[in-house]
Design a protein around this ligand. Structure first.
Ligand code: FES
Length: 302
């Protein structure tokens, strides 16, 4: 956990605010493109926001928050109640969307999904890679940072305002993709699903901030042994592993409780996890807010 002061708030479109945070007592931790932080709001909600500033600038973090009319209280609080100068608790940066080395990149951003893409575009371009950004939004005035992107990257940036231009043709883009290019995409679920379906699976990287609806096997009870403390915790079928561990005296950080942020990550030492997260946990990791166990017994590093 880090303490930060909200240094600046700037309106970048009618419904997007840019927030600059600086360390309250100590410098903020370094980060890499694709990283996000959990922001603990004074109304007891915790929300995840991608860092969208320059990773080389150590003094502050920058995030951008779009007002969501269907807000469950996060963006609404930021837009209506949060004030400059307020001290906030934020997590250390966590990166579930790392930028892998490549000579060519195609970045695809939809709406506020531009935020993790901004530092990626900067870092990849500065490293000498061939970069292209396709930035999609409803209309030009709803797309934050467009002018900065155009003035910095010129014709490497292509904007598509769907109300004017219609939807982009991802299928054609996929056929034209450079054989060495990696694709990074963040935006609305429908757009990411489409991108995932047309680009080669081993070259496309997606970051989701909402869980995907998909069928899962019925929950069954299982037990978790905590290797460090030696105690065994029963996980009933109607309880998450995260809650079972919490009630047994092992509270874990839990930013989203939806399998998208990564804050509850545990290392699995023995057993077969039933991965239900949207991060793409490697076999030896588990996100216990949503994931369960296929084996009756799971041993975790706790
Ligand atoms: S709390 Fe976010 S992944 Fe578990």
């Amino acid at each position: 956990m880090q303490h930060a002061v909200l240094d600046r708030m700037d309106r970048v479109t009618d419904d997007v605010l840019s927030l600059v945070l600086r360390g309250a007592e100590t410098p903020l931790a370094p980060w890499e493109p694709g990283a996000h932080i959990d922001l603990a709001l004074p109304n007891w909600l915790t929300r995840q926001y991608s860092l969208c500033g320059d990773p080389a600038v150590q003094e502050h973090y920058r995030i951008a928050v779009r007002y969501d009319p269907l807000s469950r209280g996060g963006s609404e609080y930021v837009h209506l109640f949060l004030e400059q100068g307020r001290t906030l608790d934020i997590s250390l940066p966590r990166n579930n969307f790392p930028l892998l080395p490549a000579s060519h990149y195609l970045f695809i951003a939809g709406g506020i999904g531009i935020t993790p893409i901004l530092p990626m575009m900067r870092t990849a371009t500065e490293a000498g890679a061939a970069t292209t950004l396709l930035y999609v939004g409803r209309s030009p005035e709803t797309m934050p940072f467009t002018e900065t992107l155009r003035s910095t990257y010129g014709d490497r940036v292509r904007t598509v305002a769907t109300r004017v231009d219609g939807r982009p043709d991802f299928r054609t883009l996929a056929t034209e993709l450079d054989p060495h290019a990696l694709v990074y995409c963040c935006g609305p679920t429908s757009m990411m699903d489409q991108v995932e379906s047309v680009f080669p699976a081993d070259r496309v990287h997606i970051e989701r901030f909402r869980p995907t609806a998909r069928p899962t096997a019925p929950n069954t009870p299982f037990e978790v042994r905590c290797a460090r403390t030696g105690d065994t915790v029963q996980v009933p079928e109607d309880m998450s592993m995260l809650d079972a561990l919490k009630y047994a005296g092992h509270p874990l950080p839990s930013g989203c409780r939806e399998g998208v942020c990564g804050s509850c990550e545990l290392t699995v030492l023995t057993g077969t996890p039933d991965h239900r997260d949207d991060i793409g946990a490697p076999p030896a990791r588990i996100y216990p807010c949503v994931s369960r166990s296929l084996s009756h017994h799971l041993v975790v590093d706790l």
